[in-house]
Write a protein that binds this ligand. Structure first.
Ligand code: ADP
Length: 399
């Protein structure tokens, strides 16, 4: 089955065509600057990347251009659009109602809309993408895969915040967790890769990218996750603060005469390793280079990032009363050996021993721990599009 995977942002749209039998990507690309002017990037696998400037007032025009590129007689990978049998959409927030991937119908659309309150930047864009596909490819099944659904198996004592119950009752304020598609994919792949028992295993997945989160996965179910109601909680990230004392918000707002919206913007956009490195960069390649050249603020940023990861790993060992495997993924987890080394340096008490030579590897699947390490540590590149493809095919086949 050929599946079109769509990941809509407010002004961008990433897409891939995946053949579900071979699990190979046949073409991929991105539409950028939607609503401004518009630029389409299209690349068939093994072929040249094409970049075309084309007007895209809305996501409808963007998807129309993607479909045209896919059936272009010269460079297209499809003979006709009939070959697309389903469309899988990445949707940020499923709210309390959408706890697993769903074939899109009116009820699902209404629930995604309702959850827009919780994902104001993403959910409206995700809905625009779904509606555009419904319009341009009538009758084809659209499947919504939620970033929050993997976190919906948390026990109540893990997902409830210790604030008055009325806020949970009225607004469903709880821990949802994000990067669920990645955590689900990587935890399953870890279990397969290491030959663990899906029904009797304890895995910690560290998804470390610009946004970063950790999950504890016991017997294939997520039992805790570091992001909360929104993706701001948990680890130190590229530009997000992660955990902090909530009283800091009041203190800074009062002293700097800023309102809570501005404060939240600062915590989302101007904090994290970017802030700790005194505004140097949110990118670990820059931070590593600066640290190597003696920049102490860059060193502090990396150390604080790694320390927070290690603290969460410790917490999740407690959450599961043990751990069989720890997996690193995401741009930083897959590539930054220095981060893996610094995180694992805090975890010697677990009997973890790292193979220095293996740790030089990047961007591929490998075991990082030595043979006698008590916990197996591995690196498994994430593949959210493939995860969405698998979910889409499973739901469409079960129809
Ligand atoms: P996103 O959350 O945007 O999906 P990614 O998972 O793609 O992020 O991760 C992007 C980050 O990965 C970059 O900002 C950079 O910090 C890090 N990264 C990518 N490649 C390398 C590398 N070779 N060495 C160190 N860090 C890297």
């Amino acid at each position: 089955m050929k599946v079109l995977i769509i990941n809509c942002g407010s002004s961008s749209l990433k897409y891939q065509i995946i053949d579900s039998e071979s699990e190979q990507v046949e073409a991929k690309g991105i539409c950028e600057r939607i609503g401004l002017d518009g630029r389409l990037t299209y690349q068939p696998t093994g072929g040249e990347k094409e970049v075309t400037d084309a007007p895209m007032p809305t996501h409808n025009e963007a998807i129309t251009l993607v479909l045209k590129a896919l059936v272009n007689p010269k460079t297209g990978v499809l003979k006709s659009l009939d070959e697309i049998q389903a469309i899988g959409h990445r949707v940020l927030h499923g709210g309390a109602k959408l706890t697993e991937s769903r074939i899109v119908d009116d009820e699902v659309i209404a629930a995604i809309d309702e959850a827009s309150d919780l994902g104001p930047l993403h959910n409206p864009a995700n809905l625009i993408g779904i509606r555009a596909c419904q319009k341009l490819m009538p009758g084809k099944p659209n499947v919504a895969v939620f970033d929050t659904s993997f976190g919906m198996t948390l026990p109540e004592y893990a997902y409830r915040y210790a604030i008055p119950t009325k806020y949970y009752d009225k607004y469903k304020i709880r821990r949802y967790g994000f990067h669920g598609t990645s955590h689900s994919f990587v935890s399953k792949e870890t279990i397969k890769f290491l030959g663990l028992d899906p029904d009797n295993s304890k895995v910690i997945v560290c998804h470390l990218g610009n946004g970063a989160s950790i999950t504890a996965v016991k017997n294939s179910k997520c039992v805790d996750t570091s992001m909360g109601l929104t993706p701001l909680e948990g680890l130190v990230m590229g530009t997000r603060s992660g955990d902090l004392d909530p009283a800091i918000l009041q203190y800074i707002c009062n002293h700097e005469k800023i309102d809570i919206n501005e404060m939240l913007r600062i915590l989302n956009k101007e904090s994290g390793v970017m802030a700790l490195s005194n505004g140097l960069s949110s990118d670990f390649r820059d931070l590593e280079e600066a640290m190597d050249n003696g920049n102490t603020a860059a060193g502090l940023a990396i150390d604080a990032f790694c320390y927070r990861v290690a603290k969460y790993v410790g917490a999740y060992v407690a959450a599961m009363n043990g751990v069989d495997a720890i997996t690193f993924t995401g741009g930083i987890g897959e590539n930054a050996g220095i981060v893996r080394k610094k995180v694992l340096a805090h975890l010697g008490y677990l009997g973890i021993a790292m193979d220095e030579e293996q740790n030089m590897k990047r961007g591929e699947r490998f075991i990082l721990s030595t043979k006698d390490s008590k916990v197996t540590v591995s690196v498994i590149p994430t593949n959210e599009e493939l995860a969405i493809c698998r979910e889409t095919v499973a739901l469409v086949n079960a129809q």
